[in-house]
Design a protein around this ligand. Structure first.
Ligand code: SAM
Length: 305
């Protein structure tokens, strides 16, 4: 088992003075580094170490237990894709649930969809919400939408209490499976998501990197194929400040009206002009389709499960 006790301090100037190095047993032998101009916040919540620093080239950076969660410069690549890949694949999303995502970036993206009437979010750590509101206004702006209801708690418990067939879409914007997010990668949690979705409902989850975690991805795909009888797909995006420079998503649908994730039926580009929010920086319909094209080594594993 990988050690879980970490301390953000260990990563400042432990390798290169004045640089943050993302050293973790989850990616042994490598560590992405960012130059630190100023540490803006350091705290320890009931769940994890929380740190914010001003980098010299990526804006402000949010770090949880020594792992980069988002930077102002490249968070769009993750928030836009994890949100619009599912929501643009169904005609008329109305009720959406976000698990994790305490920074508010996914909320900001869900709010672009004018058909959405209800946005619930369940984030375990209030410190993440407060820190994002203080240091990342362009990300936490998502909380200003009147359709949003914030629940502070464990996503596992929250989903257990959700009546069957409630949501059109669930987005699991979780940290990695070390620490509070561990159970968000396990089969019972996926089963509770399937129950909470309507027939033909969709789920999008943070699903790690094909360069670093093919073993984790294999397990997730195997579980999803047993649970989601609509379709099971893996898509990916490029995020320079994530280890290996990319991260993937599981895109699944429950039995019911067919969902073809690869050909968006609800293009967001069109109604973007209506929303008062800032224009999309990353997602577009062509990239939506392309995101499901995989390198051969990954395709072989994922298609064989
Ligand atoms: N959205 C960010 C980005 O742009 O990549 C990264 C992910 S977000 C910061 C991950 C969130 O999941 C964290 O705020 C963490 O507190 C939350 N989380 C971890 N385990 C959780 C659980 N069991 N239930 C609810 N939220 C959880």
């Amino acid at each position: 088992a990988m050690e879980t006790e970490t301390n953000s301090n260990d990563y400042i100037s432990s390798v290169i003075p004045g640089w943050f190095s993302e050293i973790s047993p989850m990616w042994p032998g490598e560590a992405h580094s960012l130059k630190v101009e100023k540490i803006l916040f350091q705290g320890k919540s009931d769940y994890q170490n929380v740190m914010v620093f001003q980098s010299s080239t990526y804006g402000k950076v949010l770090v949880l237990d020594g792992v980069i969660q988002l930077t102002e410069r490249d968070e769009c690549a993750y928030q836009e894709m994890i949100t619009h890949l599912p929501l643009c694949s169904i005609a008329n999303p109305k009720k959406v649930l976000v698990i994790g995502g305490g920074d508010g970036g996914v909320l900001r993206e869900v709010a672009r969809h004018t058909s959405v009437e209800q946005i619930d979010i369940c984030e375990i750590d209030k410190m993440v919400v407060d820190v994002s509101k203080k240091f990342f206004p362009d990300v936490s702006v998502g909380y200003e939408d009147p359709r949003v209801t914030l629940h502070i708690g464990d996503g596992v418990a929250f989903l257990k209490a959700v009546p069957g067939g409630t949501y059109d879409a669930v987005i699991v914007d979780s940290s990695d499976p070390i620490g509070p997010a561990q159970e968000l990668f396990e089969k019972p949690f996926f089963e509770s998501i399937a129950k909470a979705l309507r027939p033909g409902g969709v789920v999008s989850t943070q699903a790690e990197s094909i360069w670093l975690h093919m073993n984790i991805i294999e397990d997730i795909v195997t579980n999803c194929r047993q649970i989601f009888k609509g379709s099971v797909n893996y898509a990916w995006t490029t995020v320079p400040t994530y280890p290996s420079g990319m991260i993937g998503f599981m895109l699944c649908s429950t039995e019911g009206p067919t969902v073809d994730f690869k050909h968006p039926v609800n293009p967001i580009d069109s109604n973007d002009s209506q929303s008062k929010s800032k224009p999309l920086k990353f997602y577009n319909s062509e990239l939506h389709t392309a995101a499901f094209c995989l390198p051969s080594f990954a395709k072989k594993v994922i298609d064989s499960k």
